[in-house]
Design a protein around this ligand. Structure first.
Ligand SMILES: [Zn+2]
Length: 116
């Protein structure tokens, strides 16, 4: 059952809380993993070096992709499996179409880009 939310950076006793705000103003560093969770639980990333694209879901990133994780995506390290570079662009899709188009190689369009 939903529990009243207390603004706290930590999750007491490991119980997932249900934040009401996921765009906390005053936070720098861009979107966090919780924002991904609240969208489609998919993060799309693109290697800045070789442009390889990948979708990150919970199967790939149990460590990060969970409710209440306020760690920013920008502070998360990824390594391209093709070229080994760690610089990437990331997008948080809101529709399955956006995921399909991105993975098909189409421009990212209006998706929310995580700035780097
Ligand atoms: Zn690459």
């Amino acid at each position: 059952m939903p529990v009243p939310v207390v603004d706290s950076p930590t999750i007491p006793s490991g119980l997932p809380r249900r934040p009401t705000r996921w765009n906390q103003s005053g936070m720098s560093g861009g979107p966090d993993w919780h924002s991904v969770y609240m969208a489609l639980e998919i993060l799309l990333i693109e290697c800045k070096n070789c442009n390889r694209r990948a979708s990150i879901d919970k199967a790939h990133s149990k460590l990060h992709l969970h409710q209440g994780n306020m760690k920013t995506i920008a502070s998360t390290k990824f390594r391209c499996i093709m070229c080994g570079h760690t610089a990437f662009r990331a997008y948080i899709p809101n529709t399955q179409d956006q995921i399909d188009m991105f993975m098909a190689g189409d421009p990212a369009g209006t998706m929310k880009q995580v700035a780097y």
